[in-house]
Design a protein around this ligand. Structure first.
Ligand SMILES: Cc1cc2nc3c(=O)[nH]c(=O)nc-3n(C[C@H](O)[C@H](O)[C@H](O)COP(=O)(O)O)c2cc1C
Length: 176
């Protein structure tokens, strides 16, 4: 075991996509703490182009579960964060930077969720155009904003285990 293993690294290794949740609710305070962790992510020229939509309405989440592919976790999630990004605010107003920055915020949210005993997942919206349009319409999101993902949240039932993805073969020293 590496000498650098600490709580942060352990949490990173423990994070996994969680798809089944108990009915214990997640408090607003916790959701805001997770979003705060999202906002601590690095961004190109510190542009912070993100926006976050919090949904706790069960009926709405069930509707998402029916409308989005691979999203059954929204059936049991007790909250969801929709991470959005605004290319008008990103470095050079570049879509790529906007997506990269909001992706980093999303990963922070997923790791922070793991660290407080919650589970989460990345449910894809962008770059599926029909899903982007559906989410814009359903949540009243302006045309200029890109909804990137839905992060369903809740207390895990405990079905999922972290995967060991370490692969020495993809590490190159000095040159490929
Ligand atoms: C860009 C992106 C899109 C994803 N979309 C979905 C999705 O729509 N539905 C889903 O169940 N999981 C989705 N995932 C989660 C992946 O399936 C999951 O991260 C991967 O299988 C690795 O498992 P782990 O997160 O437990 O390490 C997505 C992940 C990423 C990064």
């Amino acid at each position: 075991m590496s000498e650098y293993v600490n709580q942060t690294i352990e949490t990173i290794f423990k994070r996994k996509t969680v798809r089944d949740f108990t009915d214990k609710p997640v408090s607003k305070e916790t959701i805001e703490e997770l979003i705060k962790a999202g906002m601590a992510a690095p961004t190109a020229v510190n542009s912070q182009p993100w926006e976050f939509i919090v949904v706790t309405d069960k009926n709405m989440m069930k509707e998402f579960a029916q409308s989005l592919q691979f999203s059954r976790m929204l059936d049991t999630a007790t909250a969801a964060i929709i991470v959005c990004t605004d290319p008008q605010k990103s470095k050079d107003k570049d879509l790529n930077y906007a997506v990269i920055d909001a992706t980093l915020a999303s990963e922070n949210i997923l790791i922070a969720a793991e660290s407080v005993g919650l589970g989460g997942a990345w449910v894809a919206i962008y770059p599926k155009n029909t899903v982007v349009d559906y989410m814009r319409k359903t949540l009243n999101i302006p045309e200029s904003i890109i909804p990137l993902n839905v992060i369903p949240l809740g207390f895990p039932v405990g079905n999922e285990k972290p995967k060991n993805k370490f692969n020495q073969n993809v590490i190159h020293y000095e040159k490929w």
